[in-house]
Design a protein around this ligand. Structure first.
Ligand SMILES: Cc1ncc(COP(=O)(O)O)c(C=O)c1O
Length: 377
């Protein structure tokens, strides 16, 4: 049996440290916005050169609070990708704003900068590129478009902590290029907590202050409210776990990248190209962190059934693009409107890539895939 993700293997390697960190919070009995959250905020802002960092309750709330801090609301248009986790668009809808979905680049699965430009109107209030699967969207042209039209960029970096890209010759981390960057610490993320958690980063000190207030119901000073926020704080216990795990993030990403290389070698050795299988692409100047290792596979639905029958974990991110979700039918999109996103949704499959995966397991995955296609033709 090869799991898609095995968090127990990771826990086994750091159990003593994690248990001690959690126990320490329990002994201190300081659960809300204490030293652990502050420590994590300082560490993240320093490591990813991203200005202020503010711990929040989830990646979803990081996006929601960011939009609130930017004043996005009723009738505003927010341009984003339909090929993402639901939260990216859910938060736009929740504020009474209108998600404007534009198509993706077929090779990277990320938002197509040209499509962003074509979708800008006088009602555009924000652009949300999502760094899908751990690969940053093509930020250089997106930044130029945003600047030209005076529209802020909010980066959904939920899947991409530690990813970077060369922008105008300089190395820039995911989250550090927008007015805010949003991370998720959902357990399956590269830096995952023991539950929900998230972080907002921003270089704008005024925006950081608005975010800090919004995460405590808009309160400032305590019990005085000039704005209405939410209960959006990161817990101390989560921060304690994340402070331990952050020390290992580089090592875990290095292993994920090694697994990606191993898959590519096995792809050649097992001749998967002949079956029109495509593995993920890392554009020049980008550092992919492989939160997911997602390729395109003909007969995808039959393949995933086959892999499951062999007890090999695989997953589909995402089977239905957001512009075709029933809850967004009021927006009036039709099948065929965003063909690249729709094609990707029908072809993609993610293979196990978690750090503790072994080379032998990877070879089994690829051998089984090869076997499936041999029997199909
Ligand atoms: C691209 C993307 N955006 C937003 C989120 C929301 O994060 P969370 O689950 O922490 O609320 C996630 C993760 O689940 C995600 O993958």
């Amino acid at each position: 049996m090869i799991p898609f993700l095995d968090l127990k293997r990771q826990y086994e390697t750091i159990k003593l440290e994690i248990d001690r960190a959690v126990l320490n919070v329990l002994q201190q009995q300081s659960f809300i916005l204490g030293d652990e959250v502050k420590h994590l905020e300082d560490d993240i802002s320093a490591r990813f050169e991203s200005g202020c960092a503010i711990g929040v309750s989830s990646g979803t709330d990081a996006l929601l609070i960011s939009l609130m801090a930017l004043g996005v609301g009723e009738g505003d248009e927010v341009i984003t990708t339909p090929f993402t986790f639901f939260a990216t668009a859910g938060v736009i809808h929740r504020l009474g704003a209108i998600p404007v979905f534009v198509d993706i680049e077929p090779e990277t699965y990320n938002i197509d900068p040209e499509a962003v430009e074509n979708a800008i109107t006088e009602r555009t209030a924000c652009i949300i590129p999502v760094h899908i699967f751990g690969l940053m969207a093509n930020m250089s042209p997106i930044r130029k478009i945003a600047k030209r039209h005076g529209v802020p960029i909010l980066e959904d970096a939920a899947q991409a902590i530690g990813a970077w890209q060369r922008v105008e010759g300089n190395k820039a981390y995911a989250g550090a290029l927008g007015v805010t960057g949003c991370f998720s610490f959902f357990p399956s993320k590269n830096l995952g907590g023991a539950g929900d958690g998230g972080m907002i980063v921003t270089r704008d000190p005024d925006l950081a202050e608005r975010v800090r207030r919004l995460r405590v119901h808009g309160s400032y000073p305590k019990y005085y409210h000039h704005t209405v926020g939410i209960n959006g704080r990161l817990d101390e216990i989560q921060a304690a776990v994340l402070n331990v795990k952050l020390k290992y993030l580089d090592e875990w990403v290095r292993k994920r990248r090694e697994h990606a290389e191993t898959y590519r070698r096995l792809y050649r050795e097992y001749g998967l190209e002949a079956f029109w299988v495509f593995f993920p692409h890392e554009p020049e100047g980008s550092h992919h962190v492989y939160n997911q290792f997602t390729g395109r596979f003909p007969k995808r639905d039959r393949l995933i059934e086959f892999l499951r029958s062999r007890e090999i974990g695989a997953a589909i991110y995402y089977p239905l693009p957001l512009h075709l979700q029933p809850c967004f039918s009021y927006l009036g999109y039709r099948k065929g409107d965003l063909p690249q996103a729709e094609k990707a949704a029908s072809e993609v499959l993610s293979l196990p890539v978690f750090p503790e995966l072994t080379e032998g397991e990877q070879e089994t995955v690829i051998r089984e895939i090869r076997g499936f296609y041999e029997n199909e033709v």
